[in-house]
Design a protein around this ligand. Structure first.
Ligand SMILES: [Zn+2]
Ligand SMILES: [Zn+2]
Length: 349
């Protein structure tokens, strides 16, 4: 079947570029597989008009075609006129309708490829503040929608000029490597669009953000707080989330174990042996704790409800107090005498 590309596009042999483009666009709209799902005839027609456009919109190919007809590829003496390949199988066609027929980036469209991302930041907070609940203002740098172009990557000029997308050719390489009308100018080569100078057309810029993060009392160690929409902004204006990991600063007196706290207190030898009282630090002041007669080194006592505030609760964990019995180092003569008496008593016992 001899194909007349001019007839396929319904244009005269003397048609200019603009006429060819416009005829092609009209037909492509009509026969595009997205518009005619499952219609084999439409698909074949679409391939045909695309092939015709591929040839007639390229001045060199058109010249060869005009001279040699359908066999122009064989006759053109090894010119770089690769065949036109189509592959509509197996999906992947989804957005090409959009790619074909955008005459300008639509409202709300964003440059492709820039992805929204979640962002994770860590904050270290004193244990006392975690116990009470607190807040922190987080300053950070993140990818955000460009304000100059509203994230589109393009700004509009008052008058039209050479299209920045196609550099004036009016055509773009599509996903099948074939030529298609430029998205930026609809194939005219002229456009009032200019690549946004602020973001170089990316649609996103680095921006400094400040976010106040509320830290609930008793938040478990390493828990992530989610701040929706405060992550990295990407294509389509979608924003990732910010995750704030809260960790406790190392404390000089306490170690946190879940909702409980652990600490060590020095106890004098006589208090351990005879019993008595010791002062115990807690997160909220100092308490007096009773020591039984005969307490042992390393023994751990529990002070109920003196641990951390439990998250979302009025209750607290416990404080575990380990006894560190302080043995005397430099004895006075009097103490020495007393210890010697004790030693003799031990021998007799
Ligand atoms: Zn263009
Ligand atoms: Zn911009």
């Amino acid at each position: 079947m001899a194909k007349d590309f001019y007839k396929v596009l319904g244009v005269s042999r003397s048609a200019d570029d603009k006429t060819i483009k416009s005829a092609y666009r009209k037909l492509a709209r009509k026969y595009h597989p997205d518009v005619n799902p499952g219609d084999k005839a439409a698909e074949a027609k679409f391939k045909e008009i695309s092939e015709a456009n591929e040839v007639l919109s390229d001045p060199e190919k058109r010249k060869a075609y005009d001279r040699f007809g359908e066999n122009y590829e064989n006759m053109s003496g090894g010119g770089d006129f690769g065949g036109v390949n189509f592959d509509f199988g197996g999906g992947g066609i989804g957005s090409i309708f959009e790619q074909f027929f955008h005459t300008a980036p639509a409202e709300g469209s964003r440059p492709k490829g820039v992805e929204a991302k979640d962002l994770t930041k860590e904050i270290i907070v004193p244990l006392e503040e975690i116990d009470k609940g607190t807040s922190r203002t987080l300053s950070y740098q993140v990818q955000d929608s460009c304000k100059s172009c509203d994230g589109t990557g393009f700004v509009r000029l008052k008058s039209s000029r050479t299209c920045p997308v196609c550099q004036g050719s009016g055509a773009q390489r599509g996903m099948f490597g074939m030529s298609q009308p430029c998205e930026g100018c609809g194939g005219t080569g002229k456009s009032t669009l200019e690549r946004c100078p602020t973001c170089s057309g990316d649609g996103v810029v680095l921006s400094n953000k400040r976010v106040e993060v509320k830290i609930p009392a008793g938040i478990p160690e390493g828990r992530k707080l989610r701040v929706p929409g405060r992550g990295s902004v990407g294509a389509n204006g979608r924003a990732g989330d910010l995750y704030v990991v809260v960790k406790a600063e190392k404390h000089f007196q306490f170690e946190r174990k879940g909702d409980d706290l652990e600490t060590e207190v020095p106890v004098s030898l006589t208090t351990a042996v005879l019993g008595g009282e010791v002062r115990v630090p807690t997160l909220r002041g100092t308490l007096t704790m009773k020591i039984n007669e005969g307490s042992q080194p390393g023994q751990t006592l529990r002070l109920a409800n003196q641990g951390m505030t439990k998250l979302n609760s009025n209750q607290r964990g416990d404080l575990f107090v380990k006894l560190k019995i302080a043995l005397p180092k430099n004895l006075t003569p009097e103490q020495r005498e007393l210890f010697e008496q004790m030693a003799q008593a031990e021998v007799k016992a």
